[in-house]
Design a protein around this ligand. Structure first.
Ligand SMILES: Nc1ncnc2c1ncn2[C@@H]1O[C@H](COP(=O)(O)OP(=O)(O)OP(=O)(O)O)[C@@H](O)[C@H]1O
Ligand SMILES: [Mg+2]
Length: 225
């Protein structure tokens, strides 16, 4: 089975000279379809750096990023933006919803960027996703009118709008109570069963039991994969 994502000798250094920080040291990792992978490590160990590189939000300082057997490291920014919009969904700890948009518009926005669906298809897809996540009666509401758990479910719906094969989540349950957090984990298990690759940064050691494998980072090194 070939990996969806292959990182080869990826490293990341922020800044220059005396004040430079090597946030990620030479890292080799492979991720496969239908995997639910966790990333743990102390604050400052490089988890978000790794996730941002996986999500093509940040360029690595060295190494190669292979997505679906394609080396994207040398692509121009426009091409990377397009590949990201159709391949990767993001979920953040603080939801990062668009405050001025209704939740329906929040879920439609990434489809508008990808530009492959008609308006009718975008509305249908967004409504269907929000319905599946139990938010059918909130379509016209704005994020400020929802609870934390509901916001995170909107963020999940939005991350799935373009049906990406890869879903990245940076502490998606960090701002949720235990019950709501577990609901999010259940949703990830359902998505995994449908073939998606899910990579989740977490601080919660109990999640060792819910993921297929847990990658441990320490001071920019992968100490367990
Ligand atoms: N933009 C930046 N400029 C300079 N240094 C940075 C930058 N982003 C992160 N770092 C440094 O890189 C290291 C890794 O940071 P990172 O955000 O990846 O840690 P983390 O494991 O996600 O931590 P946390 O659990 O607190 O979110 C830290 O030492 C941090 O100070
Ligand atoms: Mg972080």
């Amino acid at each position: 089975m070939s990996a969806v994502i292959n990182l080869k000798d990826i490293s990341k250094t922020y800044g220059h000279g005396d004040t430079s920080v090597q946030a990620l040291k030479k890292t080799n990792l492979s991720f496969f379809n239908q995997e639910f992978v966790g990333i743990m490590g102390k604050s400052g160990s490089g988890k978000s750096t790794l996730l941002n590189i996986l999500g093509m939000l940040d360029h690595p300082s060295t190494g190669e990023y292979i997505l679906d057997n394609q080396n994207i490291s040398d692509h121009c920014d426009d091409k990377i933006s397009y590949i990201r919009s159709v391949s990767i969904g993001f979920i953040f700890q603080s939801f990062n919803l668009f405050a001025r948009q209704t939740i329906l518009e929040n879920v439609i926005t990434p489809m508008r960027y990808a530009g492959t669906k008609s308006k009718k298809e975008m509305v249908e897809t967004a409504t269907g996703l929000l319905d599946k996540l139990g938010l059918a009666d909130r379509l016209k509401h704005r994020p400020s009118e929802l609870s934390g758990g509901q916001c995170q479910r909107v963020a999940i719906a939005r991350s799935l709008a373009n049906n990406p094969p890869v879903l990245l989540a940076d502490e998606p349950t960090g701002n949720l109570d235990e019950k709501t957090g577990n609901e999010v984990i259940d949703i990830f298990h359902e998505l995994k069963a449908k073939g998606q690759l899910i990579i989740m940064v977490t601080h919660n050691p109990e999640y060792e039991n819910v993921v297929d494998r847990m990658i441990h980072l320490s001071d920019g090194h992968v100490v367990k994969k």
